[in-house]
Design a protein around this ligand. Sequence first.
Ligand code: FNR
Length: 345
Amino acid sequence: MNTLFQPYRLNDTLTLANRFMMAPLTRCMAGPGLVPTEQMAAYYGRRADIGLIISEAVIIRPDGQGYPNTPGLFTQAQIDGWKKVTSAVHAKGGKIFAQLWHVGRLSHPFFHQAEVLAPSAVAFDGTVPRMRKLTYQVPRALTEADIAQLVQDYAQAAANAIEAGFDGVEIHGANGYLIDQFLHHSTNLRSDNYGGSPEKMSRFALEVVDAISARIGGDRVGIRLSPGAYVHLEGSPEDRAVFDYLLAELNERPLAYIHLGIFDDNLTFDYLGGRASDYLRAHYKGNLVGVGNYDAERAAVAIEANRFDLVAIGRPLIANPDYLDKVKKGEALVPYADTMLAELV
Ligand code: FNR
């Protein structure tokens, strides 16, 4: 367990106080204009002893929204709101990255009165959570000009994150949202420069990584990926070659880390030959963040066995703002319950 509490050097720019990360956790609590609130600042500030906090997913522009009251990073008021959050974390010696998000086909015009955009015109079968009367629509397939604009918008959101005081950004490339929709065959039916081969299916993700890295420096950029599809889209065996290619390309880029996107790391995927975390470890040379139903003890065993380098903790940190202190002292944790999502404790 001791290793978990020792400082960890991510790269020349960033050294974390310990190997714990706070997993990104959408809370749907932003104020009018999707501006972060004082309550959010206090909530993140209470968790500043975690080595690196990843913020709840933050939308890069209006049509990236898929749920009510998710905060943004595209207006000055939003940037100013986030300054309160980053100041609260920094005042206690913590570090925080913004998770940059566009939901792609999981958006709805209800939120922005605009089109729903995605790699291909394939709808997600279902209704918007928390807003069950809204059925997902067939998205419009992005043109190459739309894609070029999106890449710029990601880079601008990253620059805005730095202006807001964040220590870096995590690109949300996981969980079936926009970037992930390019990486899987069930949602990418394109036959232009952005689909049809592993190289072309990876192009959008890599363009976003490169544009953001050029803007703020790759040492401040992480990416979350779900090579094993488990939510919001169907995986297929051909997806494996896409991730093999993408990870080989990411090995050439000096990023801060890759973070697995999953809810339970015990899940196995035939086409990955087992757990997604083990697949990432075998193919990616840089820092790897494990996640998904870990407690500190099992995380320590996994890190000791060199299965990953850092662990992200999600639900236990919703239930226990003093998670780290309790774990250090061996005290019992409050068990997580979905009802806790109603309030920022
Ligand atoms: C999540 N998760 C998540 N993931 C992400 O990449 N961006 C997000 O905004 C969210 N939001 C979110 C909200 C809530 C309420 C939950 C429970 C989960 C997934 C999360 O980061 C993590 O991968 C899982 O919760 C698994 O870790 P734990 O909870 O088992 O430690």
